[in-house]
Design a protein around this ligand. Sequence first.
Ligand SMILES: [Fe+2]
Length: 287
Amino acid sequence: MLPNMLRFCFTTLCASKASPFPLSISISKPIHKPRSQMASFSSSSSSKLLFRQLFEKESSTYTYLLADASHPERPALLIDPVDRTVDRDVLLIEQLGLKLVYALNTHVHADHVTGTGLIKRKVPGVKSVISKASGATADLYVEPGDKVHFGDLFLEVRATPGHTKGCVTYVTGDAPDHPQPRMAFTGDAVLIRGCGRTDFQGGSSEQLYKSIHTQICTLPKSTLIYPAHDYRGFTVSTVGEEMEHNPRLTKDEEKFKNIMANLNLSYPKMIDIAVPANMACGVQSNP
Ligand SMILES: [Fe+2]
């Protein structure tokens, strides 16, 4: 057991005590400690991120596949899978020889049904993950500061409510052997040159402004931003690029709130189906 780190091992995939990769698949609760100690927590200097950005065209949703390809078990996780593309995602994971351990959602989506429930049925042992603040049902709940471990890599959980009350951003670690630049999976909190609407699901433009500026804009400017959606063909941005060119991020709070209050967007056509299903991680869509 690593010192100063409360760790909870949720799956039988956790390595035994004899393994050179102890507790490599787990979610940990942080205890604040000096940076020098944080840097020593990883057990390997050869971690290698395998990364794929996948697209679902009906809802223009990005699903992200991340795996520690240098770990013997090649543990992997999916962020924001969509029900329509679960077969594609599962096939890719099989072809790449990965072991899927987590299916994460950044929030309770209103425009598509999450693939989490279907994946759990197709790939035994996978655990669904969502924020505790979302109020949704899942196998595991994350809170701000938690780390979702896969092999020797992890995603840090940052609370970014405002689009919904339970939105989180998952950020790759900052240890030397973790991906550089860092990667932030922002869900709908920050989109490329935009942001998620704030007029339903407990949304709040005031809260979103605060989330973006305290949790995302404070990351290194080189941090790559991978959103949950894009409608114009963009695939990735950076924190610095969005701070300079995102027309909503360059405004002060009052102007931001004014923009969000006057979007005049139509009622999402999928919301009445998607939200109830996604409150149960999509399993209602697959009785
Ligand atoms: Fe959303």
